[in-house]
Design a protein around this ligand. Structure first.
Ligand SMILES: [Zn+2]
Length: 407
């Protein structure tokens, strides 16, 4: 009985809070905000955004028709931009997912985690958990020596435990198993990892043939492939195999960048996380590696920007309790590499959504899209740091973070 009462109480609270979220007409209207819509144009001053049933129905400069009975929030000249889309995360639990959302990330592409935690988060979000970001899930990354969890989730791959995910047949089976589990994207390691001292990030791990087999499976399922690659040979093979994005890309040659430009392959440089390698709290071997890699990645990214290669912002962080940087830091790095502030914001919103293939859903403040948006105090075009601590985060039309009204 006590449990029943508790459930009943929670239901009443939910209904009450829903009514408070949007007015009696179900509409939520933001007025008097300077709008950066994510499409790269000039901000719309004193603008209005109308949200009905979780979607944006109008975006306009100045004050325009407000539906009767709508709940209205006066932004007092603050700045509104699309909810951020982090193209590369490793979120491992609900607390981290909430931390990502609190930082203004309304969509994250999770590129490698155990036990399909990211699919669980995605499904909770889609069932109305507005305190969690939407998520594109890669499940396990495909690596020759994979996380052992993959064999717990897929005992049918148990015969590969000794030899690892090596060879066309093995990687194809791993990709099929993950697709069967409902992943949104396949993540593969074209080269080895940078963040562990025992691995050489320049070393190619998969052949073009192995990666092409994975890409073929992904295409059949209508999903994309993201390839972790630092070394140039592995990256070149991955691009030739048809992957959709190169993650990191530290040592990319001009030849590989040219091929990426021709093929429309995305680059997600994750500069901010690579710069973390320099931190004194890391093992000295990693700090030394960072001094080698970080300047190279900055040069590669600057060249990619000059060549007009498509670039999306990703943190490569887990948003856990020791994660001390956010997507805004990646935007700051992209400006340092040659983007304008508006381009860097697009790289973390509209462009990033495009990289994930969800540009018809989110990433811009535009009628018909999901109402995912962030409000900050100062003009982020002058101070990208302002994006580090948003005042208001709206997720699928629901207020997820509100530091504006003092609640
Ligand atoms: Zn990663």
């Amino acid at each position: 009985m006590r449990r029943l009462l508790a459930i009943f109480g929670a239901t009443v609270w939910l209904v009450v809070s829903l009514a408070a979220q949007s007015g009696s007409s179900g509409a939520l209207v933001l007025v008097n905000g300077n709008i950066i819509d994510g499409r790269g144009g000039a901000p719309l001053p004193g603008g209005t955004i109308v949200i009905i049933d979780g979607r944006i129905t109008a975006v306009s400069a100045g004050r325009v028709g407000i539906p009767e009975g709508a709940k209205t929030i006066d932004l007092g000249g603050r700045w509104v931009l699309p909810g951020m889309v982090d193209a590369h995360t490793h979120i491992a639990d609900l607390a981290a997912a909430r931390a990502a959302l609190a930082s203004g990330v309304t969509t994250a592409r999770n590129l490698g985690i155990n036990h399909f935690i990211d699919i669980g988060i995605r499904e909770l979000n889609r069932r109305g958990a507005s305190d969690l970001p939407d998520m594109l899930s890669a499940g396990y990354h495909i690596y020759p020596v994979p996380r052992e969890g993959i064999f717990l989730d897929f005992p049918q791959l148990g015969d590969l435990m000794a030899g690892g995910l090596r060879g066309v047949d093995a990687v194809r089976r791993a990709a099929r198993a993950q697709i069967g589990r409902g992943v949104d994207v396949i993540k593969i390691n074209a080269t080895d990892r940078a963040g562990t001292v025992t691995t050489d990030p320049r070393r190619q791990l998969y052949s073009e043939e192995e990666m092409a087999a994975i890409v073929a499976e992904a295409r059949k399922a209508g999903i994309r492939v993201a390839a972790h690659a630092h070394g140039d040979e592995g990256a070149f093979a991955a691009v030739r195999a048809g992957v959709d994005s190169i993650e990191h890309g530290t040592y990319l040659s001009r030849q590989t960048l040219k091929l990426m430009k021709e093929r429309g392959t995305w680059l997600v440089p994750t500069l901010a996380t690579m710069a973390e390698m320099l931190e004194p709290r890391n093992d000295v071997a990693l700090q030394i590696r960072g001094r080698h890699m970080v300047p190279r990645l900055r040069e590669t990214t600057a060249l990619a920007i000059k060549m007009g290669i498509k670039i999306a912002a990703g943190t490569d962080t887990d948003y856990g309790t020791t994660s001390n940087f956010r997507l805004a830091n990646e935007m700051i790095e992209l400006v340092r590499a040659g983007m304008s502030p508006i381009e860097a914001i697009s790289a973390g919103t509209a462009r990033s959504a495009e990289c994930l293939g969800i540009e018809g859903r989110t990433g811009k403040l535009w009628p018909g899209l999901e109402a995912d948006l962030v409000v900050v105090d100062l003009n982020p075009l002058e101070r990208l740091e302002d994006l580090l601590d948003p005042l208001l985060v709206i997720n699928n039309g629901r207020i997820a973070v509100d530091r504006l009204s003092g609640r």
